[in-house]
Design a protein around this ligand. Structure first.
Ligand SMILES: [Zn+2]
Length: 286
């Protein structure tokens, strides 16, 4: 009798355990209808988000983005990665990465505690993943800009010495995605407008007190364009990995002399101030 009870209890327990595991499998595999590989995020902070692993990148997006648009987004991102790799003459990006697309600045604040359009977090900064948090509203997104930061740092490391090379880090990312600036001007035109309006940021401030303003992003983007066209991206990589202390040795000019060279060339190309719509430039798009 004792023996039978024991057996019955075992059978009942087995049924319960079996049901529990079925429920668990159901919960952990719960996918959205018409999923195409998209699954619900389980972490409470990502409530309402779905994810899909595509090669080395996990996309985390809002579930209300239409299925067709989700796939377009992945294809676009592949192109951004390819374009960025070409700019810095690298071939493959295989580091694991989470891309979290957010709807507005409030949602950005929820994840990053900052009201910014984009933010990256490298493996060294958090537990185990490289992450990009990025505003995404159709065409208006700094995703390619943020991907350039991520790819350059995964390939070349953190810029040597940190802050003094922040102008190069931001300049390279801005140069990679002119459309993210939403003003329709070429970097060259914007730089010329800053030059004629005496709004250029001087070499010392760029190195010691980099400010995240539209002028600093666009000024440094043109400086990077000029460096790539006249000195090659290999020198930029060397500078990135050696620090500003080696600038003159690598480029053959001081930082200040480089800025003077750019200013002289643009003054010759544009002998008169260009027609520039400052409110349109300053308006921004995020
Ligand atoms: Zn940036």
């Amino acid at each position: 009798m004792v023996r039978l009870c024991f057996k019955l209890t075992l059978v009942c327990d087995f049924k319960r355990i079996f049901a529990f595991f079925i429920a668990l499998i159901f919960i952990s595999c719960s996918t959205i209808p018409d999923n195409n590989g998209w699954k619900n995020m389980q972490e409470p902070i990502f409530e309402g988000k779905i994810y899909k692993q595509h090669r080395n990148v996990r996309f985390i997006i809002s579930s209300d983005i239409e299925p067709k648009k989700r796939e377009i987004l992945i294809t676009k991102c592949d192109t951004y990665i390819e374009d960025n790799l070409k700019i810095i003459k690298e071939t493959e990006f295989i580091d694991s990465l989470d891309i979290i697309l957010v709807q507005d600045l409030d949602e950005m604040y929820k994840y990053t505690r900052e009201h910014v359009a984009g933010k990256i977090s490298l493996i060294e900064d958090n537990e185990n993943r490289n992450m990009i948090f990025c505003l995404y509203r159709g065409k208006k997104s700094p995703l390619k800009h943020e991907l350039m930061h991520m790819i350059a740092m995964c390939k070349w490391g953190i810029p040597e010495g940190g802050l003094p090379l922040q102008w190069l880090n931001e300049g390279l990312a801005t140069y990679a995605d002119p459309k993210a600036e939403c003003d329709g001007y070429l970097f060259e035109e914007k730089y010329t407008a800053f030059l004629y309006s005496n709004k250029l940021i001087n070499s010392t401030s760029l190195m010691t007190d980099f400010t995240y303003s539209k002028i600093s992003y666009n000024q440094t983007a043109y400086m990077v364009e000029f460096l790539i066209q006249n000195y090659g991206v290999e020198k930029i990589k060397l500078l990135w990995q050696s620090g500003m202390g080696k600038f003159e040795e690598i480029i053959g000019l001081t930082f200040e002399e480089l800025i003077l060279q750019i200013n002289n060339e643009l003054s010759q190309k544009y002998p008169n101030p260009i027609d520039f719509n400052w409110p349109k430039f300053e308006e921004g798009c995020y």
